[in-house]
Structures are given as structure tokens and as C-alpha cells.
Design a protein around this ligand. Structure first.
Ligand code: NDP
Length: 377
């Protein structure tokens, strides 16, 4: 890492590329940047709401749709590839998946991320376990301010900070967070507070169905209510069918949550409102999982790059990852409110690294990075 100069402000070394974020976009950018001799530094994030280490996939169970990862004895492969000192972070695979007496399941979110991280490390990526709290994009070179370290500078920056889960915004929801309200069934669903109780999942997208199905499949699961605010779901047909046909899931259409009810220690119900006739009723549940979409992690940028109304970074060139700032590129969910898939994030991460590499080559005289000769094929 670059060290600070004697005045404690200006870094003594200018990096070629700094990547912010450690989801599929960040790691893919790192793999490509490292292989192109850009000697990247990647800020992995801490446990703040923004910049979760390993991104949202750290909170996801099985990934069935990432090309190249069919179900099988994935565990054996993961353990052989990931350094032993990080095996503690690998989740146990669900026992239910067996074929011919052998483990048979899709890669877990954390496993996929640990594999990507390992690949980036293998090619020499320097990983820093810190958040970037502030930026100064008046360069290039651009300056980044980590939460606990000295400022760092880079000729190119790749922003891959992803997005995070939204909540309903009810005061009662806030009161019961971690006491029966969660935005992550996979992280919290098996905790004693939720175990073997009727539960509600709010939302009508793929995430809501995924969360409801996950909860409904847990050992000893009770009834799972899926609360959909319209008379139709946004989820893909195959996911909708999964919810509709699941014996443990009941879908309550045209339904929103007005209040989370409880005894101040734990949730014991919800007050629901019918969006068609306005009537209200109480539903007895031991927990509520919110799955109503995401917010991009861009507040640390403080408007330094052009964003849309929802705060997603705008790509400024068709089929490129350029932002409105020279030398700053964006990849993954932080700039994508449409596809939002692990595989598309990984793809744009790759694109951002190639865009950064080309930028460095084009600006060789000013950045002094002639050794970053491209290997673009
Ligand atoms: P989406 O934006 O797709 O869906 C959000 C859902 O929440 C919508 O049904 C929306 O209702 C509802 N909603 C929003 N605000 C409220 C509110 N205040 N009260 C009640 N309901 C509300 O987000 P997802 O997180 O579900 O999915 C994001 C992306 O990730 C999608 O592209 C999806 O396909 C993908 N994904 C894929 C998976 C897979 O392939 N296995 C799994 C999970 C996600 P309305 O429709 O009325 O706006």
C-alpha cells in the first residue's frame, strides 16, 4: 500500500488502480486488473451497511444461475481452492442435497465470493479490510479517504460498492430490527427467534420468493406468508410457481404492512392493510423478513460522479463502464438497477478493469504507467 508523506495528507505513491468493493464486480475487476499488471489495491469494506465484505452474495445461499457452477460436490472444490485460513468463513452446505449418496448442491454465495477473492489474491491483488469514506475526484490522480488509514491516490478508480436491502420505513419495524424483523432470511431465518414460528416475507420480487422458499424449507418450518402489495408479482414465472406451489407458503395479495406488533422484546404479529378496500387485520407471526429491493451504496461519493434519481451511478458511454469523471469507472449493482445479477456484475467488473487499463495506456504520458501495457485479448 502507498504510505503517507510527512505532512500526513498527500500519499507518497500513486496507485494505477484502486477498486472499491468486494462483490463479484470488485473481484472480477481485480482479477483482470492484476493480470494486466495494474497491481490493483482492493478496498474490501468492513461490516458497515455499505461496503459489506464479499457483498450481498455473502448473505445468499445457493447460486444456481452462475454459469460454470453446476450442482455437484462443490465443497471439495472450494476447500481445495480457498486458502485454509479462510475456511472458517465457508458455510456448511445443506444436508438435503444428495445424489447417489454424494453431496450435490449448487455453490453457496460465500463460497463463490471466496473463490473469486482467492483468484484475485493468486494474481497479486492487495486487499485492504477498510471502507472508503470520502473521495476527491478532482484529478486524476484521484484521492480516496479510508476510514482508518491515510489517504490514497490512484490514476484510475473502479467503484464496485453494490447495493443494499431496503426496509419499509415504519417506526415499529425499526423498533423490532433484530428482534423479529430482518432483511435477510438466509442470515437470520434459522435463529431461535424465528424457529418453527409462522413468519411473513414482504415483497413480490425474486428475492421475496427466494426468502420465503428458504424459510419454508427450513427444518420444522411453520406457515410462511408472502405479502404482495399488488395482485401480481414482479418475480420471474419460475420463481412465482415455486411460491404458489409450495405447501408451506401462503400468498396474501394486495396486502401491505401497517405496523409490526410485539411485546417490545419480540415480534408477535403484523397489522396488515388491504390495498383494495382499505380494511385492516392482524396476522399472528413470529417474524417479518423484508425483501423489497435495494439502494445503491453511493452516499460516500457525495455526488462526485453523475447518478440517477435513485442514486445509481450513471454509465456515461454506451457499452463502457466510464462514469462522468475521467479515470473513474463503475461496475456491478452500484451502476445497474436493471439486471442486478452476480454474473452481470462480474461481467461489468471485467469491463471496468479493461476500461481502466485502456485509460492508463491512453494517458501514459501523464500517469507514467507505461508498464501497464495491455493484454486485452
Ligand atoms: P425487485 O425490485 O425485483 O422487487 C421488489 C419487490 O418489492 C416488488 O414486488 C415490489 O412491488 C415490492 N415492494 C417495493 N417496495 C415495497 C413496499 N414498500 N411495500 C411492499 N412491497 C414493496 O427486487 P428483488 O430484490 O426481488 O430483485 C432484484 C433483482 O435480483 C431482480 O432482477 C431479480 O430478478 C434478481 N434476483 C434473482 C434471483 C434468482 O435468480 N434466483 C433471486 C433474487 C433476486 P411492486 O412490484 O409493486 O413494485
Amino acid at each position: 500500500m502507498s504510505s503517507a508523506s510527512s505532512n500526513g495528507n498527500a500519499p507518497s505513491k500513486i496507485e494505477k488502480t484502486i477498486i472499491i468493493g468486494s462483490g463479484p464486480a470488485g473481484w472480477s475487476a481485480a482479477i483482470y486488473a492484476a493480470r494486466a499488471n495494474l497491481d490493483p489495491v482492493l478496498y474490501e469494506g468492513t461490516v458497515k451497511p455499505e461496503m459489506i465484505p464479499l457483498g450481498q452474495l455473502a448473505y445468499t445461499t445457493e447460486i444456481e444461475n452462475f454459469a460454470g457452477f453446476p450442482a455437484g460436490n462443490v465443497r471439495a472444490f472450494v476447500e481445495s481452492a480457498v486458502d485454509k485460513d479462510r475456511h472458517w468463513n465457508l458455510p456448511m452446505a445443506p444436508e438435503v442435497h444428495e445424489k447417489d449418496g454424494q453431496p450435490h448442491y449448487a455453490v453457496q454465495g460465500v463460497e463463490l465470493m471466496e473463490l473469486m477473492k482467492q483468484q484475485a489474491l493468486n494474481f497479486g491483488t492487495r486487499v485492504v479490510g477498510d471502507d472508503i469514506e470520502r473521495v476527491d475526484f478532482s484529478g486524476p490522480p484521484h484521492t480516496l479517504y479510508p476510514a482508518s488509514g491515510e489517504p490514497v491516490q490512484a490514476h484510475t478508480v473502479i467503484i464496485a460498492t453494490g447495493a443494499r436491502a431496503n426496509y419499509l420505513g415504519l417506526p415499529s419495524e425499526e423498533l423490532y430490527k433484530n428482534k423479529g424483523v430482518s432483511a435477510c432470511a438466509v442470515c437470520d431465518g434459522a435463529l431461535p427467534v424465528y424457529r418453527s414460528k409462522p413468519l411473513a416475507v414482504v415483497g413480490g420480487g425474486d428475492s421475496a420468493v427466494e426468502e420465503a422458499t428458504y424459510l419454508a424449507n427450513l427444518k420444522g418450518a411453520d406457515k410462511i406468508y408472502l405479502l404482495v402489495r399488488r395482485d401480481q408479482m414482479r418475480a420471474s414465472k419460475v420463481m412465482q410457481d415455486r411460491a404458489i406451489n409450495h405447501p408451506n407458503i401462503e400468498i396474501l395479495w394486495n396486502t401491505v404492512v401497517e405496523e409490526v406488533l410485539g411485546d417490545e422484546k419480540l415480534v408477535n404479529g403484523l397489522r396488515l392493510k388491504d390495498t383494495v378496500d382499505g380494511s385492516t387485520r392482524e396476522l399472528k407471526v413470529g417474524g417479518m423478513f423484508v425483501a423489497i429491493g435495494h439502494t445503491p451504496n453511493t452516499s460516500f461519493l457525495d455526488g462526485a460522479v453523475e447518478m440517477n434519481n435513485e442514486g445509481y451511478i450513471q454509465w456515461t458511454k454506451a457499452f463502457r463502464t466510464n462514469t462522468s469523471v475521467n479515470g473513474v469507472f463503475a461496475a456491478g449493482d452500484v451502476a445497474d438497477d436493471y439486471y442486478r445479477q452476480a454474473i452481470t456484475s462480474a461481467g461489468t467488473g471485467c469491463m471496468a478493469a479493461l476500461d481502466a487499463e485502456r485509460f492508463l495506456v491512453e494517458h501514459e504520458e501523464t500517469t507514467g504507467t507505461s508498464e501497464a501495457r495491455p493484454s486485452l485479448t
